[in-house]
Design a protein around this ligand. Structure first.
Ligand code: SAH
Ligand code: SF4
Ligand code: F3S
Length: 465
């Protein structure tokens, strides 16, 4: 490559899809001569991958740009260039506004345009600034380079893989259909090829991503369509894929093949992240969720019938416009009935352009705060109970990295919590059986229940055997 090496610093906000996209942007920039750096001061290009989901998340972008401007000015005084690029969902939703408000920003690119990033940087160099927030006709996944092993090697044995992007559901409160566009599924052969490349790069746990991942309906490569269940069965056949996860699911897209996958695939972890948002039918209607509380319980009950080790997580919004005390009480009742392993809960945040933002029957802020507190207390109690329920049990842990203390390594349980264990670093990248001995706030502690063959031989070698 004749181009000199330049350095890109990438900061990622928002959901797991943004984490995946940041990796793909790093891949797309590599042929243009950019290597990733963890030091912002060394960067020729600072790329912020933004999130628009709540007001707080998107407001952060402008203060961050303010700090970058100072750095850019310092660099300029020292005779160095620093390019600022804003990507992600704020870029998509407010791209022109960003350029207007922040003269220091050179490039704005929405989630559909990442494969054009090198061109945009060139264009910015020629013209001063460049913006790309079109929902493209061309599929970005056809243009992004094949997953580069270097991106994954750095991350360890667990990787994200986007299989579906966008959303057609238009929940009353949500910006995603506007920032990610209509729902698009990637063809199954393309996904399988990317999964194989990941495995070759040392990945053994793949988390499939989509805003509505279980609405996946990609071409199956032989004239038909594959569902998420079909895709999971195909991925489980790839040698070296030891664990599969998927997120985020919608209660309306639970198909028979997905239940079958949970029944039959040992690689598929027994955790279903199934956001419900509210436990009141009136609120679900107001939120345009198109399912009832009973529909939701039916999914949970069927999964519980299939696997007795099944656990659930969810997202909740309190104080959506019009939410009454009775609606909120119904949410608490739903939580009591399901019994969650872990959840995210948020106070409703009005987002420009969404139908809920037009409503005037707002819940008073102090009521919203109180409801959030009550809900979070209940969810925290459930999480603690779930973790305590694992004490004394032996579970599979995929070890991902060294721990803080010497001799300690950290992995993840099938239910996603970090698990700290005293074990040899050689076990990183392997799944070990761990007996859980105690719990932290969101984590677990344990010891190896069995010593795997590779580690035994290593220990014997060290002992001179
Ligand atoms: N696609 C997923 C998640 C989308 S965003 C789904 O369909 O559930 C993640 C979570 O953010 C949502 O589940 C919701 O709980 C929360 N969220 C989205 N918009 C919000 C808003 N305007 N105010 C507060 N929370 C919101
Ligand atoms: Fe947003 Fe609803 Fe789509 Fe989830 S299903 S991304 S909450 S519009
Ligand atoms: Fe945020 Fe966009 Fe993800 S709004 S949650 S980064 S889809």
């Amino acid at each position: 490559m004749s181009e000199p090496t330049r350095k890109v610093f990438i900061k990622t906000h928002g959901c797991q899809m943004n984490v995946y996209d940041s990796g793909r942007m790093a891949d797309a920039l590599r042929p243009a001569g950019y290597e990733q750096t963890g030091e912002i001061d060394d960067a020729d290009l600072v790329l912020i991958n933004t999130c628009h989901i709540r007001e707080k998340a998107s407001d952060k972008v402008y203060s961050e740009i303010g700090r970058l401007r100072v750095l850019k000015d310092q660099h300029r005084a020292a005779g160095r260039d620093m390019t600022i690029a804003i990507a992600g969902c704020v870029a998509q939703a407010e791209g022109k506004e960003i350029l207007r408000r922040a003269p220091s920003v050179d490039v704005v690119v929405g989630p559909q345009g990442y494969h054009r990033l090198p061109d945009l940087l060139e264009r910015a160099k020629r013209q001063g600034r460049a913006i790309d927030v079109e929902f493209s006709e061309d599929d970005k996944f056809d243009h992004l380079p094949a997953t580069d092993p270097r991106t994954h090697l750095k991350r360890g044995p667990s990787a994200f893989l986007t299989i579906q992007e966008g959303c057609d559901k238009f929940c009353s409160f949500c910006v995603v259909p506007y920032t990610r566009g209509m729902e698009v599924s990637r063809p199954m052969p393309q996904i399988l090829a990317e999964a194989r490349a990941m495995v070759e790069a040392g990945v053994c746990e793949i988390t499939l991503l989509g805003q509505n991942v279980n609405a996946y309906h990609g071409a199956n490569g032989s004239g038909g369509e594959a569902s998420l269940g079909d895709l999971l069965f195909a991925l489980a056949r790839i040698d070296g894929v030891k664990r599969l996860r998927y997120t985020t699911s919608h209660p309306n897209d639970m198909h028979d093949t997905l239940y079958a996958a949970h029944r039959d695939l040992t690689q598929l972890t027994p955790l279903l992240h199934l956001p419900v948002q509210s436990g009141s039918d009136a609120m679900l209607k107001a939120m345009n969720r198109k399912h009832t509380v009973a529909d939701y319980h039916a999914v949970v009950d069927r999964m519980n019938m299939i696997r007795d080790d099944m656990a659930f997580s969810s997202d909740f919004i309190v104080a959506h416009p019009g939410e009454t005390d009775a609606d909120f009480a119904a949410t608490l009742a739903l939580v009591e009935r399901v019994g969650y392993a872990s959840c995210y809960s948020f106070k409703y945040s009005a987002r420009p352009g969404t139908p809920a933002a037009e409503r005037t029957d707002l819940v008073a802020p102090e009521v919203a705060n109180e409801r959030l507190q009550i809900l979070q207390n209940l969810l925290n109690d459930q999480e603690t109970a779930f973790l305590k329920g694992l004490v004394g049990k032996t579970i599979d842990v995929l070890f991902e990295r060294k721990g803080r203390d010497a001799g300690q390594i950290v992995g993840r349980s099938p239910y996603v919590q970090p698990v700290q264990v005293n074990a040899p670093a050689e076990m990183i990248g392997q799944i070990g059986q761990v007996m859980i001995t105690s719990t932290g706030t969101h984590s677990l502690f344990g010891h190896l229940a069995t010593t795997p063959a590779t580690v035994v031989s290593h220990t014997l070698m060290e002992a001179g055997a």
